[in-house]
Design a protein around this ligand. Structure first.
Ligand code: NI
Length: 255
């Protein structure tokens, strides 16, 4: 068994954990999971995220408005979230970004909400957890404009765009996608990314790695992601897990 796994992106507030959330979250430390950042996607899930972080020592919170969930967010919603950023368990503004795949919220709304939260993150001196789906150019342009610290979660771009993100000081989050058949790009990124910029993540309950693809994901399954990445980098799995945990601690100001 591996030790010290840091899952930098989870959604344990999701309804798919309703049946066994407490049992699962109590069991993860015994499966080598040392830390988890749970990510809110709107006001309600950000509040739930924070209560999970208060209940479980090893769980931390990112709070914010996700591009797919920001369509109905009002100024009052944004203001309601503000005081929560002062909580010591809140380590990031997230999950924020742009999603042009689902197209549920107009692009201009998404961009305005993303930019508003990038400005907030810089004011708070907190890193951002960025969701970018089929929106690489606009995401990168806004990150270049505001230069926050942060991570591009579930990184799906090319090696060239990874290098551009690294130059901006950003971290690269990799999860189950590296284990999928035809995962050429994520694997190339996993091999080429600087060791001090890699983060491990699940995005659970989504993105379960092979051999659990399509099933409910949880932080213990990161072992399969770490094995895949360690293999393409030619390093020991435990060494990779340790390096990624140190990277996450540095980025999120933990320890
Ligand atoms: Ni997510």
């Amino acid at each position: 068994m591996y030790r010290g796994i840091f899952d930098t992106h989870a959604h344990y507030d999701d309804a798919r954990f309703d049946e066994d959330r407490d049992a699962l979250l109590c069991s993860l430390p015994q499966k080598g999971v040392a830390r988890v950042i749970n990510c809110g996607v709107d006001l309600a899930s950000s509040k739930t995220t924070l209560s999970l972080a208060h209940k479980y020592d090893y769980v931390y919170a990112a709070i914010g408005f996700h591009p797919e969930d920001c369509g109905d967010a009002t100024d009052a919603d944004f203001e309601a979230l503000l005081p929560l950023y002062g909580d010591p368990k809140v380590v990031a503004v997230g999950e924020i970004g742009l999603d042009y795949y689902w197209d549920t919220v107009p692009k201009e709304t998404q961009k305005a909400v993303f930019e508003r939260q990038l400005i907030l993150a810089n004011e708070l001196h907190k890193p951002v957890i960025v969701h970018d789906r089929e929106a690489h150019a606009d995401t990168l342009a806004l990150l270049k404009k505001h230069r926050p610290q942060g991570v591009l979660h579930c990184f799906s771009g090319s090696v060239e765009s990874m290098e551009e993100a690294v130059k901006l000081g950003l971290y690269i989050g990799l999860g189950g996608a590296v284990t999928f058949k035809n995962a050429k790009k994520p694997l190339a990124v996993a091999a080429a990314a600087p060791a001090d910029r890699l983060l491990l993540e699940t995005d659970c309950p989504y993105m379960a790695p092979v051999p659990f693809r399509g099933k409910r994901n949880d932080s213990s399954l990161i072992a399969f992601v770490a094995e895949t990445i360690a293999a393409v980098r030619g390093v020991e799995v435990q060494q990779l897990i340790d390096q990624c945990r140190e990277n996450a601690n540095r980025l999120f100001g933990i320890d």
